[in-house]
Ligand binder design. Structure first.
Ligand code: ADP
Length: 358
């Protein structure tokens, strides 16, 4: 595209094509005189020489162009294009300074803002979710306090029962706040890769010790297959303890009574998708398993397949979100495989320290 417009200005194709926003030049009849590469990719190769309405069938975008043409002032709007996937664009129409109405030129720029709008939505949803998660135990506490002051004032048996429930609800709030703090700490440091040299076997042994009471209560036997020698991993010990504690506790919670939870440690030549040498720890349970469509959503904050069940087992719905962020910070990978009725496997790949460091 090397267009000479009527005012004699050369529009440099190379410069415009280098811009990631879609940029178009229109005349007073809304005909596209020039379009950069991003515009052609977005609206089609046939865009030039035709009315913009033929390639951009969006009333608001056309309205923006019309206002700029008729009123001679800059006009903006935000539009959503649904096909082939939903994308959001900020559209700006700017009249270019020229003499005479017939040589009027309008510059249209479409800047994609999908990622920013999605991030805003996620933030808003997160605040709504946190408020909701805190509100329900709080409402229950307020209710029991009222009952203890009123109807149950002289009923000792009821008082004991209510105080037990109140203790559970307060612990739920405390767990939620701990998990939120943990998540925000990991997120804040996610760009800094931790590089302490760690013995993964020692970490897994410590995790297994810490969950032994919980496993016994659920009549789950813990099996650890870690006989192969593996190199040290580079990471943050506390964070990795948190990762494996979350995965093992989930396996105990969502596994079946009287079945084993198995931990396997191995070394791999290449971490899937990330690359580089690493180790792999798999936590496998023989629970009900997870349907394929739920797997990609497990690491979303507050995503639970069965909300009531998760809550009754003391879950916050944040555990796997924390796991994902910690694994990302370690430049590792979390891979989930599951078969309904048979059980699930959560594999964590972590990079090993380079031979020079090791
Ligand atoms: P929660 O606190 O609810 O356990 P997580 O973030 O740890 O939160 O897990 C999110 C959801 O993923 C759980 O509510 C559960 O539905 C599902 N899930 C996690 N681990 C397993 C597992 N081992 N087997 C089956 N479902 C699981």
């Amino acid at each position: 595209m090397n267009t000479q417009d009527s005012s004699g200005q050369m529009v440099s194709a190379a410069v415009l094509d280098g811009i990631s926003d879609a940029v178009l030049l229109l005349d007073k009849d809304r005909v596209v005189l020039a379009a950069n590469r991003a515009a052609r990719e977005l609206l089609g190769d046939q865009i030039e020489g035709r009315d913009l309405a033929l390639s951009l069938r969006h009333p608001e975008a056309l309205e923006v162009a019309k206002s700029a043409i008729l009123d001679g002032v800059e006009s903006t709007a935000e539009i959503v294009l649904q096909v082939p996937v939903q994308r959001i664009f900020a559209v700006r129409a700017v009249p270019l300074p020229v003499e005479g109405k017939s040589s009027l030129r309008i510059l249209i720029a479409l800047e994609e803002v999908t990622a920013a709008r999605n991030a805003e939505q996620i933030r808003a949803d997160f605040v709504a979710n946190v408020s909701h998660e805190l509100r329900s135990p709080l409402t229950s506490l307020v209710g029991f306090i009222e009952t203890l002051r009123g109807p149950a004032r002289d009923d000792e048996a009821a008082q004991d029962r209510f105080l037990d429930i109140m203790a559970d609800e307060s612990q739920r709030m405390a767990r939620l706040i701990d998990d939120l703090l943990s998540l925000s700490r990991v997120e804040a440091n996610e760009h800094v890769r931790p590089n302490d040299k760690l013995d993964i076997r020692e970490i897994l042994t410590a995790v297994l010790d810490s969950v032994s009471v919980q496993a016994e209560e659920k009549k789950v036997t813990m099996e650890f297959d870690g006989s192969v020698a593996v190199p040290p991993v580079s990471g943050d010990r506390d964070e990795l303890v948190e990762v494996f504690q979350n995965l093992v506790v989930n396996a105990i919670k969502y596994g079946r009574e009287n079945t084993p939870v198995r931990l396997t440690l191995s070394s791999v030549d290449r971490i899937p998708e990330v690359g580089g040498r690493g180790i792999c720890v798999t936590v496998a349970d023989q629970g009900e398993g997870i349907e394929a469509e739920n797997i990609p959503r497990l690491t979303e904050r507050f995503y639970r397949i069965d909300k009531g069940r998760s809550r009754s087992m003391g879950g916050t719905g944040l555990g796997l979100a924390i796991v994902k962020h910690i694994v990302n910070r370690h430049r590792g990978r979390l891979v989930v495989k599951s078969e309904v009725g048979k059980g699930s496997q959560f594999s964590v790949y972590l990079p090993v320290t380079e031979p020079a460091e090791a």
